[in-house]
Each structure stands twice: as structure tokens, then as C-alpha cells.
Design a protein around this ligand. Structure first.
Ligand SMILES: [Zn+2]
Length: 488
């Protein structure tokens, strides 16, 4: 009754002569797609989901298209739309009469809400306080209010001034070998499916032989790319992160540039969410690499093209960011070439709800095996350039993924209620002997910390500055994972 009364109020505000048919039909279309995502994938339509939708490119969005979406649209959108077109509403003939009617209808719905609240206030208050996410389950108010907030942010944000950061940064490297650091930003990779982190399946056949350090207790800043990626490159922490501020403030890549470090970003994941806007960046285009980009998206090996030359030719301190498409779902099966189909049977469709859970997990694990291979290729390139450079690779995923635990799939749940599968991310470090020597790294200390100390994406900003030997007053050594283990 409460929801009915609320919807009555909202439709009273939306339904006006002439425009009401297109409005209601548009709402039917959006609500059908929202309901589909909620039922099929356990999604919540809150603010960050709306940000995701507006900032997603079309090839990412089309990976959700499938036969069942069209069936849903047929029954919940197409047929009801015919009824909407056939029905005739009679409005009061004068504008005054129309307004009076609207006010009366709003009054009735407010009275009903008030009556319910007066009797059940305590129950509702505790229900909503303990489960704030249920607001994101009421269709269509969930996406309507979030879209309204998003539009407001977008319009108001134009007036916020842009802040630079760490303009005092200088490169303090000693010795004549330049640092060459490859930072690999993962996608939808969850820590518990790495055999390096104790997963019972061998998903790390390559990295397990590379002498890497895998940090076992790392949490993400958000549960979706649009939150985690800007957050991990910003000086803000999970606790202080504000999306608006992140869009109007420089991040760690800008600070590196202030210190004249050669910074570049190569993207295979549909964009860097603003963090590479002011540095050299390349978006991989599927048409340029037909062999590696069969489905309109590219296998991550595409990022290895030209990497060896970039590393070899580095004259000064260099940071290269590779943005993987990693384990982006629900089309996990399109993330790896056929020879990496190690665990079978797989789920070779976007309709993961029609696959068994085991099939989904198998397919997802294959994406981890493939990421393991790509990372080992990066390490091989860096290792072979250890003579003239100090090389290192740091890998960090943006957020995790649910694979059917408690019936939840994909990611993007509100942080407070998101399961650990969406929040624990892999972080893997490889350092060449020259790098370890140049930075006085106490490897045994790092390995011990990797097992016990909880880290998060908050550490990336300061660890990256430390790895690039950059000094600035915004650098906090307590958040630099390497400075905690420096030989005296
Ligand atoms: Zn992501």
C-alpha cells in the first residue's frame, strides 16, 4: 500500500495531457530493463548503478543483450504499450481544473502514506535503517531518483573549480638505471579465485613460477569500476572518497607527471573513468587488431603489443598503466582464447542464469587463468630488460564479482551490504633484482606483510609514488607498502 501510494504521487506528477503516452511508454521500457537486471543478476538500481549505465560504452552495454531480454521486452513493454496507446484519459478541460485535480490526488496519496506511517512508523524506520538498500529495489522510483540526482550533479558540477595536486613533486631516484613500472589495473577479478591466495584450483600456473608477492587481504574502494578506478588513483581513501571531488582533482598519475615521470595509459576496458585524461593515453580499438578482437572486445594480450619496445626504449623513469578487460561479465567466455578453456563445461552465453553455477565458476576461472598468463608475459618483458632498467609490475583489480553465492551474481551492490566476493581483490607485485636493490627492498618483510597486513586500494597512490622514487608533500609513507619494508 505504501509503495502504491508513493507511485500514485509520482505518476500524478508525471502524467499530463499530450505528453503522458510517450512518458508512460518510456517508463515501461526502462522499468522492464531494470526489472530484468534485478531478477536475472540481482542488481540494485542505486546512484552508482546509474553512473555505471551513463558511463558505459555501447559494446559493454551490448554484452548484456540476449534472447531473454527481448522476451522480457515483448511481454512487459511491447504488449502493455499497446494498451497504453489504446486507452483514453479524460483530463479536466481547464488548466485550473487540472491543477486542482493534481493537488487533490497528491493530497490523497500523502494522506495514505501518513496513515500507514502513523501506525507502522517504528517498523518502517528500523526496516529502512537496517536495509537501506531496499530503496534501490523499488521500481521505478529507484532509477528515477538516482537519474535525477545524476542529472543534478552533472549540471551543478560544471561550476566546481579544478584542483591540481602535488605540483611540488620531484624525482629523487639515485643511480643511473631508470625505474620502469608497469601498473596493471584488473577488471572484476576477485582474490579468492587465485591459487596464489589459496584457491584449490590451479588458476595461477604461470605466476606461481615467477616469484611474485601476492597480498592476501586487499579490499577495493567500491564495488564497480566507476567508483573503484577513480578512487584508487585519487588521494582520497575509501572513507573520504567523493566522486565529485575525484572528477575535479588531479590524481597520482598527474603527480607523477609533475615529477617528469613518463606516464602513459593503454586501455582495453572501455576507458579510464577520467583518471588518464591529462596524460598520454591510448584506447585499444577492436578494428585495429582483428585477430585479438573477435567479438568486438579484445583479449588482453592485445595490450602486450609494443610493450617490449616501450620498456626497452625508456630513457627516464616510466610508469605504464595497462587497463585489462580481465574477467568482465556476464560474457566471461569472451574474455579468453579457446586454448585457455581449461575448466569445463563452460557457460558460453550472456544469460548466465540459464547455466549451472559450476559452469559459471568454470568460465570465470578460465578468465583468471588467462589473466595469469597475460601478467606473466608482462613480467617476462620486464625481466628481459633488467640490465639497463629497474623494472617492476604491480597488479591490482578494481573490484570483485559474485558468482552465485546466496543467489547473487555480478557486482555493484551498495558497499555496506556487498559480500566479500565483490570487495576482496588480488594485488600482486613483481620486482626485478635491480629494482629491489635500487629501492632497498626487504623482500622477506614484504612477504610476511603480504600474508598478514590488511591493505586496500588506498595504498596505491602512495605505493606508486614510492616505487617511482617521487618525493612530494602529499606523499604519505605510512600508506606506501614498500616503505614499510625498506632496509635501513
Ligand atoms: Zn570493473
Amino acid at each position: 500500500m505504501l509503495i502504491l501510494a508513493l507511485c500514485f504521487a509520482i505518476f500524478t506528477l508525471l502524467v499530463w495531457p499530450i505528453i503522458y503516452k510517450p512518458v508512460v511508454i518510456a517508463l515501461l521500457a526502462c522499468s522492464t530493463l531494470a526489472t530484468y537486471a534485478m531478477v536475472s543478476y540481482g542488481q540494485y538500481f542505486n546512484y552508482s548503478m546509474i553512473v555505471n549505465i551513463f558511463e558505459t560504452n555501447s559494446s559493454e552495454a551490448s554484452s548484456y543483450l540476449s534472447v531473454s531480454v527481448f522476451l522480457w521486452l515483448f511481454f512487459l513493454f511491447f504488449i502493455p504499450s499497446i494498451f497504453v496507446l489504446l486507452v483514453k484519459l479524460r483530463f479536466p478541460s481547464t488548466f485550473r481544473g487540472l491543477l486542482l485535480q493534481k493537488v487533490l490526488m497528491l493530497f490523497v496519496s500523502v494522506a495514505v502514506v501518513g496513515a500507514i506511517a502513523s501506525v507502522y512508523y517504528k517498523d518502517y524506520a528500523s526496516l529502512v535503517r537496517n536495509n537501506s538498500e531496499i530503496k534501490a529495489l523499488i521500481n521505478p522510483t529507484n532509477y528515477l531518483s538516482a537519474s535525477f540526482r545524476y542529472a543534478k550533479y552533472r549540471l551543478y558540477e560544471k561550476n566546481i573549480p579544478f584542483q591540481s595536486l602535488g605540483t611540488d613533486a620531484t624525482d629523487e631516484r639515485k643511480g643511473d638505471k631508470p625505474n620502469v613500472i608497469v601498473l596493471v589495473v584488473g577488471e572484476t577479478s576477485r582474490a579468492m579465485n587465485y591459487s596464489l591466495n589459496g584457491y584449490q584450483r590451479d588458476t595461477n600456473p604461470h605466476l606461481s613460477k615467477e616469484g611474485v608477492i601476492s597480498f592476501q587481504h586487499v579490499t577495493s574502494c567500491g564495488t564497480a569500476t566507476a567508483v573503484s578506478v577513480p578512487c584508487m588513483f585519487s588521494i582520497m581513501t575509501h572513507g573520504t572518497y567523493k566522486a565529485t571531488t575525484a572528477r575535479h582533482q588531479e590524481g597520482v598519475l598527474d603527480v607523477l607527471k609533475h615529477a617528469n615521470v613518463d606516464v602513459s595509459w593503454i586501455d582495453n576496458d572501455g576507458g579510464c573513468k577520467g583518471v588518464c585524461d591529462r596524460i598520454e593515453h591510448v584506447n585499444i580499438e577492436a578494428k585495429d587488431f582483428p585477430k585479438e578482437c573477435a567479438h568486438g572486445t579484445c583479449y588482453d594480450s592485445v595490450l602486450l603489443n609494443g610493450l617490449a619496445d616501450r620498456v626497452k626504449n625508456a630513457q627516464s623513469d616510466t610508469v605504464i598503466v595497462l587497463h585489462l578487460i580481465g574477467s568482465h561479465g556476464p560474457t566471461y567466455f569472451e574474455r579468453y582464447p579457446p586454448e585457455f578453456r581449461v575448466f569445463t563445461p563452460t557457460c558460453d552465453t550472456a544469460d548466465i542464469q540459464n547455466c549451472t553455477r559450476q559452469q559459471v565458476v568454470n568460465t570465470y576461472d578460465n578468465t583468471i587463468v588467462y589473466t595469469d598468463y597475460v601478467l606473466s608475459q608482462v613480467i617476462d618483458i620486464l625481466r628481459s630488460n633488467d640490465n639497463a632498467h629497474q623494472t617492476a609490475m604491480l597488479y591490482l583489480s578494481d573490484h570483485g564479482e559474485s558468482l552465485g553465492e546466496d543467489g547473487i551474481y555480478l557486482h555493484g551492490l551498495p558497499y555496506g551490504i556487498a559480500p566479500k566476493e565483490q570487495k576482496s581483490v588480488p594485488m600482486i607485485l613483481w620486482m626485478s633484482p635491480a629494482f629491489q636493490q635500487g629501492h632497498n627492498v626487504n623482500e622477506a618483510c614484504l612477504k610476511e606483510n603480504a600474508k598478514q597486513v590488511p591493505y586496500s586500494q588506498d595504498n596505491l597512490f602512495h605505493t606508486l609514488l614510492g616505487m617511482a622514487s617521487v618525493s612530494t608533500k602529499v606523499y604519505q609513507p605510512t600508506l606506501d607498502m614498500l616503505s614499510q619494508c625498506e632496509k635501513q
